[in-house]
Design a protein around this ligand. Structure first.
Ligand code: CS2
Ligand code: MG
Length: 404
């Protein structure tokens, strides 16, 4: 008898931060888990899933993953957008997890098998001062990381994206409204080259260094920074300008050979068209959950492969361990994968998610468990109710809202 979807559920849980989890149960009693988290807008996705698309799935064959993807994407008429694509992504992940469990194979084998033995990863380090930054990078290197994203304070500013004075850095904060930061691109541009040059001298030539400008510059400023950072030999310089200004990256490319990455806020292949077809970046950063799941990320990466662009999927703590596992399965089985971001998770997260993937010597492996290989503890999830949280906003010195 053909297997059918017998139940569709959505869990919202907050073990240290908010996550939206999709649970799909099949007629044979197996469960597939997916991640539909959208940082700061979690309940919008939960409602999209519960109130709109979840009920349409019951009774369908869960193995028809591509048909379900097309049904949800094309059938909605209202296409793209982070809420829609995170919801579709959560379902897609759960269906791949379920298929792996049904066939008793890890997901990477369903995707064509391993093309590499392990997946290179990078993590975050930040310090307000040069010395603090160097200590933070050294600590990550001592943990085995071979690639580290370095963020630092800027003289004259009180808060800067990616920097914390607390032990655990996390950009979303709980409360009734977003925190507000002041941003000054001039101060940042005067400071950044010196810090990153100093850091390169400190770590030597081998460690991969990355830096994230978080969409805050205009094309002229971006070109100047990319050019000035050439001697640092960055692995990549990320999100220089607002991601939707794709054509403006041509300006940056004309002036610099620093490798560029963008795309963590993109949700479909159509959002990446210009940057991929003109090879305006070296790495495409779409996240597996936010960009419609494994089925759609693979399409984006295949399109990138045609243009010699590699993947570097988004992996901060708001990308749950379920998405992280999915991304690592894609990484192991996709030739132009590149690198996986691994920010790490708040300690409480492991009470809800017990991932089977492993980190060794700077590389990730998804493990050999069936499906995505992440155990979800539903009782633990229920013990951490949702708490409203927001990403910060930024204003320039004159008080106007700016990109962040
Ligand atoms: C970041 C994220 O990981 C990254 O590169 O840009 O920390 C981003 O700010 C958050 O995921 C937003 O939700
Ligand atoms: Mg980023």
């Amino acid at each position: 008898m053909t297997e059918t979807i017998s139940a569709f559920d959505v869990l919202v849980t907050s073990p240290g931060r908010n996550y939206v989890i999709v649970k799909i149960t099949s007629s044979s009693g197996l469960v597939g888990w997916g991640d539909a988290t959208l940082n700061g807008r979690e309940l919008a996705v939960a409602s999209y899933l519960r109130d709109h698309i979840g009920p349409t799935l019951v009774g369908r064959n869960p193995g028809n993953i591509e048909d379900i993807w097309q049904y949800l994407y094309r059938g909605a008429y209202w296409r793209r957008g982070p809420v829609t694509m995170a919801a579709i992504g959560g379902i897609d992940l759960a269906l791949w997890d379920l298929l792996g469990k049904t066939l008793e194979v890890p997901v990477y084998r369903l995707l064509g098998g391993a093309v590499r033995s392990r997946v290179l990863t990078y993590t975050h380090a930040s310090g307000w001062s040069q010395a603090e930054l160097e200590d933070a990078v050294d600590a990550r290197r001592a943990e085995g990381f071979r690639a580290v994203r370095a963020q630092f304070g800027v003289p004259g500013l009180d808060m800067v994206y990616g920097i914390t004075r607390d032990a655990e850095y996390e950009p979303a904060s709980r409360g009734s409204r977003p925190a507000e930061e002041t941003w000054d691109a001039g101060a940042y541009l005067r400071h950044a080259p010196e810090v990153l040059m100093g850091l390169r001298e400190h770590v030597g030539p081998e460690l991969h260094l990355l830096h994230d400008a978080h969409h805050r510059l205009n094309a002229t400023q971006a070109a100047r920074l990319a050019k000035e950072l050439e001697p640092v030999d960055l692995f990549w310089l990320e999100d220089l300008i607002p991601a939707e200004n794709q054509e403006l990256l041509r300006r940056v490319r004309e002036h610099s050979t620093t490798p560029l990455a963008i795309g963590e806020v993109f949700t479909t292949i159509w959002d990446c068209r210009t940057i991929l077809s003109e090879r305006l970046v070296d790495y495409i950063r779409t996240a597996v959950g936010h960009a419609g799941g494994i089925s759609h990320l693979r399409k984006i990466l295949h399109y990138a492969e045609v243009h010699q662009v590699d993947g570097g999927p988004h992996g901060p703590s708001d990308v749950s361990p379920l998405s992280m596992a999915a991304s690592i399965h894609v990484g192991l089985s996709t030739h132009n994968f590149g690198i996986q971001e691994l920010m790490g998770y708040p300690k409480l997260t492991t009470e809800v998610f017990q991932p089977g993937y492993t980190f060794t010597d700077g590389y990730l492996h998804p493990g050999e468990a069936s499906g995505l290989g992440v155990h979800v503890d539903e009782e633990a999830a229920a013990a951490f109710p949702y708490e409203r949280a927001y990403l910060p906003v930024a204003r320039t010195r004159d008080g106007a809202i700016t990109d962040w």
